[in-house]
Design a protein around this ligand. Structure first.
Ligand SMILES: Nc1nc2c(ncn2[C@@H]2O[C@H](COP(=O)(O)OP(=O)(O)OP(=O)(O)O)[C@@H](O)[C@H]2O)c(=O)[nH]1
Length: 152
């Protein structure tokens, strides 16, 4: 886990609103990311977004919206509530948001990136465009050309 945390440029820390144990893990994971990157003397730790999944399961909800927001304020990290089941847009949205934060940090603080030494990989991360073709179920992507997806 530590190796993966050292390597990554950004994190989506996901819990399920129907599973309090997963919510309780969020704080620990966020501290771990911060701790590992503060030891590496990076000017900025990598961006983290907290993602609350399964919001469609309102009747099984164990973690309220307010609890999520309070954690997000306490940790000073953005929170997004999504449902992977309800459609792809919200899921794509969290990846877009994280990507945008990573790019911003790359512009603002290049040394953070040089130390992590993985900025070259950013060039390989595909961008999901809103006009990407949907599969017949409406829940999967298919792309005609990988090169079309490279960042502008
Ligand atoms: N209703 C609903 N089900 C979801 C959602 N996201 C994932 N699931 C379902 O939750 C189950 C577990 O999903 P996985 O992707 O295997 O995730 P996991 O990390 O193993 O999650 P858990 O089994 O919940 O601990 C699967 O049956 C998914 O279809 C969601 O947003 N809404």
């Amino acid at each position: 886990m530590e190796e993966k945390i050292k390597w990554a440029d950004g994190f989506l820390v996901v819990y399920s609103v129907t599973d309090r144990c997963s919510f309780d893990e969020v704080m620990r994971l966020c501290f771990l990311v911060n701790h590992i990157h503060s030891r590496r003397s990076c000017p900025d730790p990598p961006p983290v977004i907290i993602v609350a999944n399964k919001k469609d399961l309102e009747f099984d909800r164990m973690v309220s919206v307010e609890e999520g927001e309070s954690l997000s304020q306490g940790l000073k990290l953005p929170l997004r509530e999504i449902s992977v089941r309800d459609g792809w847009e919200e899921t794509a949205g969290v990846f877009h948001a994280l990507y945008a934060e990573i790019v911003q940090q790359m512009d603002r603080s290049p040394p953070s990136f040089r130390r992590r030494g993985v900025s070259r990989l950013m060039e390989k991360i595909p961008r999901i465009h809103s006009n990407a073709a949907l599969g017949s179920t409406g829940r999967s992507f298919s792309f005609s050309s990988f090169r079309d997806l490279l960042p502008d």
